[in-house]
Design a protein around this ligand. Structure first.
Ligand code: SF4
Ligand code: SF4
Length: 385
């Protein structure tokens, strides 16, 4: 696949954004840290604040976190806390944007994260949204709406800015614009062969909640414009088309997608929070409706494995696999992530009914299993070719 100019541009963006956040803070703008796609960006921006994602994807900070947390929990949680408690004296590079947030808005999702947030509050003020986990009930929607109303009040108090319906609707429209651009990018991947590698798409989407909406839109437009003109290469359309489903692949973590593509597959879709779950559904823009209700309806329907029952996810994995015409699904679980790990059983059952093969893998952020994963992925790719 050709080298994309967008990827060159992306490499330079980290420092620019860190400087931008620093400057905003110097000018009195509050910066909020988040960990999860259940926290509506729209409310943060409507309060005149900015935000940045804090999920850890790097292995280096895990030993630091293990001074505070048990070893046998998910690497994403450990890596995230490790980056925050890293004071730079350990010899491990500090993650610059952790020092830039005034407050964290977190959410009650999986057990590990919930308990980690209790520790986090000792380091950075942490506000936690309670998330009902039966998304198919009216009572859950009403409860979630109340939780978002409380968050709105908290943000207004913290920033000193009122969140009016007009401001919120403007932000909903802006976020929907990004979601539509992501749909366009994913639509290009339905071509056979796909004009872009899965690793490149992942590196872009990992920046979704780090960059400002304006910069992220610019990058999406740039990459779409670039790949629209790529002509299919005859030899590459024999590559097996793969979808990854499961845990998020946070910034810095490209281990498994790289193995898949180095071994000859091409990833054409991610059913993940660093993939479709973050943008697939839009927020209703109806001006005659309370925008807080529209937000609640969209966000409570994110099919994370913390939801039970999680029928929507089971349907969406099969729908996506068919829509993107994949030859097989690689189910990706981070070690000790019980939600996604257990849900693999039902996902496999649904995929089997649809005649779509699935390989389930469980891994962490270390390099120790690269060879072993490579052998299993090789065998799977050969089987679905
Ligand atoms: S997997 Fe669930 S808890 Fe994790 S970021 Fe996604 S929605 Fe949030
Ligand atoms: S990967 Fe799983 S265990 Fe880890 S934070 Fe996300 S939902 Fe929780």
């Amino acid at each position: 696949m050709p080298e994309l100019k967008t990827m060159e541009y992306l490499k330079k963006i980290y420092k620019k954004r860190v400087n931008e956040l620093q400057e905003l803070r110097n000018n009195g703008v509050k910066v909020i840290g988040t960990f999860c796609i259940f926290v509506p960006d729209e409310l943060i921006f409507a309060a005149g604040a900015d935000r940045t994602i804090l999920c850890g994807g790097k292995n280096e900070t895990i030993p630091l976190a293990e001074q505070y947390l048990p070893r046998n929990i998910c690497p994403l949680i450990k890596s995230s806390l490790g980056s925050i408690v890293n004071d730079g004296c350990s010899g491990i590079d500090s993650c610059a944007h952790f020092g830039l947030v005034d407050m964290i808005i977190a959410e009650n999702t999986c057990d590990g994260k919930k308990k980690m947030y209790e520790i986090l509050d000792d380091f950075i003020p942490t506000y936690v949204i309670d998330l009902p986990q039966r998304p198919d009930t009216d009572i859950a929607l009403q409860y979630f709406l109340q939780e978002l109303e409380s968050l709105k009040t908290e943000l207004e108090h913290f920033t000193g800015n009122e969140i009016t319906s007009t401001k919120l609707l403007d932000r909903i429209k802006e976020s929907n614009e990004i979601r539509k651009l992501l749909h366009q990018l994913y639509c290009e991947r339905k071509r056979d062969p796909s004009p872009i590698s899965g690793v490149d798409v992942l590196k872009i989407i990992q920046k979704q909640f780090f960059l400002s909406p304006t910069e992220f839109k610019h990058i999406l437009k740039m990459v779409i414009e670039e790949i629209e003109h790529i002509q299919p290469e005859q030899e590459s359309n024999t590559k097996p088309r793969v979808m990854i489903a499961g845990c998020p692949l946070s910034g810095g973590n490209t281990k498994v997608p790289k193995i898949i593509e180095e071994r000859g597959g091409v990833i054409v879709c991610e059913e993940s929070c660093t993939g479709t779950r973050s943008f697939w559904d839009l927020v209703d823009e109806d001006e005659n409706k309370d925008p807080m209700l529209s937000l609640s309806q969209r966000y409570i329907n994110i099919p994370c494995s913390c939801m039970s029952p999680n029928k929507k996810r089971l349907e969406s994995v099969v729908d996506l696999a068919q829509e993107f015409n994949v030859d097989g699904v690689i189910y990706y679980t981070l070690q000790f992530c019980h939600g996604y790990n257990i849900e693999a059983y039902n996902v496999q059952k649904e995929l089997k009914k649809a005649g779509i093969p699935m390989l389930s893998i469980e891994t962490d952020y270390s390099d120790s299993d690269i060879e072993q994963l490579g052998v299993r992925i090789d065998a799977f790719l050969e089987m679905i070719s």
